[in-house]
Design a protein around this ligand. Structure first.
Ligand SMILES: NCC(=O)N[C@@H](Cc1c[nH]cn1)C(=O)O
Ligand code: ZN
Ligand code: ZN
Length: 474
């Protein structure tokens, strides 16, 4: 296996790889903002063109429309599929990734322009750099490197690249179902690189949490009111909303919604031992986040609550006054956004009912004349893999070849909404093979991808394809 040759090729092309990442980051493909939908579409076209230029058999698959909360509809961004090689004697892997991003504005507190990739000491700052544009490009460059050196790909490679992951992968489930007997029929394994390592040690990821995302709307007066003129007489929607939000989770992290905590299986002795053996620097974790105390103090508790217990996060309140200054208003309608990261044994449909019933009961006790509406807008499931599968063995070998260490076996606290669908519908085995660093700041200000991770990660992918090619084909 010509790993040295491929490695040299990757090293000598790194400036080109960074430049392509710069061009991709410059596309504001924020899937949460319908006004940016044309940018997401542009990003899908750029991705398709790149794969076509490499000789791939590429399609832009129409996945239908998105229904917006105010009753309108817009087309969903097309999904890019591609295929390189169709040798029946080889395994076929399908690489899944996304090229949409979370929102970002300089005013949020970025040190650099979020859509202008900026290299500071080998850190490539830019929205979507790590989540998920660089890993997608690293996979593309992997195929390109084999092609450029005229080295036969050890496996057939397919791609599924979408533009709605950050808002729950709308439309992708249906596409997988409809192409299960066609595009996915000859796929043996699915590879996802949309997550990060736990520390400086490379990792293989075998689980993700799901996410049930809710809107809770409280509506009162017909328009906003002067708080001096009307305050004290009107029952304020915001007070109701804050009141009910405060009943979701206790200050010590206990979820107060009946039925949620009860569904979760307790940590087994085996899991405890696995977590205990993982290298994880709690002080560094705190320092990187800029906090002086965490919800739990032991490493095992922290890892367990990050990976395999559910949690509630409150993200924001639409309609609330949030600008600088001192506007003295009583907002007439406010919509809280919160989500529950859920774990195996928790079903989104059941969580939806538990949360909705509970919030209505709590709200009812307030005897407010205002109206409450609770809607679950995303119901993404958790995913768990069998780490004894040859795909993981291949991962260990590839990490050892490139990084000369054994990988950490980790879970991911975040969600890849489509992972469980891939597992359930295609029934193929999945591996998550991250290349992002532990401190990439995904979804946050100053997101970055380390140049080191981007380039060495490409080498890891090159080695991984070789290792997968060695798995016995029955
Ligand atoms: N890199 C994966 C990621 O960031 N996924 C999102 C997906 C999601 C879940 N709910 C809404 N979007 C995440 O927040 O985990
Ligand atoms: Zn992602
Ligand atoms: Zn993300």
């Amino acid at each position: 296996f010509q790993l040295d040759e491929l490695t040299k090729y990757i090293d000598s092309h790194q400036e080109e790889y960074v430049q392509t990442l710069r061009e991709w980051v410059a596309v504001e493909s924020d899937s949460s903002d319908v006004l940016k939908r044309s940018e997401v579409e542009r990003m899908m076209n750029i991705t398709a063109e790149k794969l076509k230029a490499m000789g791939g058999n590429v399609e832009l698959v129409d996945i239908g429309i998105q229904e917006l909360p105010w009753g309108k509809t817009i087309p969903l961004p097309k999904v890019v599929t591609a295929q390189f090689g169709s040798d029946p004697a080889k395994h076929t892997v399908c690489v899944y990734g996304h090229v949409d991003v979370q929102p970002a504005k300089k005013e949020d507190g970025w040190a650099t322009e979020p859509y202008n990739l900026t290299d500071i000491n080998g850190n490539l700052y830019g929205r979507g750099a790590s989540d998920n544009k660089a890993p997608v490009l690293a996979w593309i460059h992997t195929v390109q490197a084999y092609q450029a050196l005229d080295i036969e790909l050890p496996v057939n490679v397919k791609f599924v690249i979408e533009g709605m992951e950050e808002t729950g992968s709308n439309g992708l489930d249906a596409m997988i179902v409809s192409q299960n007997d066609t595009f996915f029929a000859d796929v043996d394994y699915i590879i996802i690189s949309d997550c990060g390592w736990l520390s400086r040690r490379p990792a293989l990821t075998y689980g993700t949490r799901g996410n049930c995302y809710f809107f809770a709307e409280v509506e009162g007066p017909k328009q906003d009111l002067h708080s001096g003129v009307y305050g004290g007489t009107v029952i304020e929607p915001m007070t109701d909303l804050i009141g009910i939000l405060d009943t979701l989770i206790s200050p010590s992290g206990k979820i107060l919604i009946p039925g949620i905590q009860e569904a979760v299986s307790p940590l087994s002795d085996e899991e405890w031992k696995m977590y205990q053996d993982i290298e994880f620097d709690v002080e560094n974790y705190k320092r990187k986040m800029g906090v002086n105390r965490l919800m739990y103090s032991s490493k095992v508790d922290l890892l367990a609550h990050r990976w395999r217990y559910p949690t509630v996060s409150i993200h924001g309140i639409e309609g609330a006054f949030s600008a600088p200054g001192t506007k003295t208003v009583i907002p007439a309608k406010v919509i809280a956004k919160f989500s529950i990261r859920q774990v195996p044994n928790m079903e989104p449909a059941i969580v939806e009912k538990q949360v909705t019933d509970y919030l209505h009961a709590v709200f009812g006790r307030r005897k407010s004349p205002n109206k409450l509406k609770v809607t679950m807008v995303i119901g993404a499931k958790p995913w768990l893999a069998d780490t004894q599968h040859p795909l993981y063995e291949a991962g260990r070998e590839a990490v050892k070849k490139v990084f000369k260490v054994d990988p950490d076996m980790i879970r991911e606290g975040g969600t890849i909404p489509i992972a469980k669908t891939f597992q359930d519908v295609t029934r193929k085995s999945i591996i998550m093979l991250p290349i992002g660093a532990f401190d990439d700041g995904l979804h946050s200000q100053n997101e970055k991808m380390n140049r080191y991770n981007y380039i060495e990660g490409t080498k890891l992918f090159v080695a991984y394809l070789h290792e997968v090619g060695l798995i016995k084909k029955y």
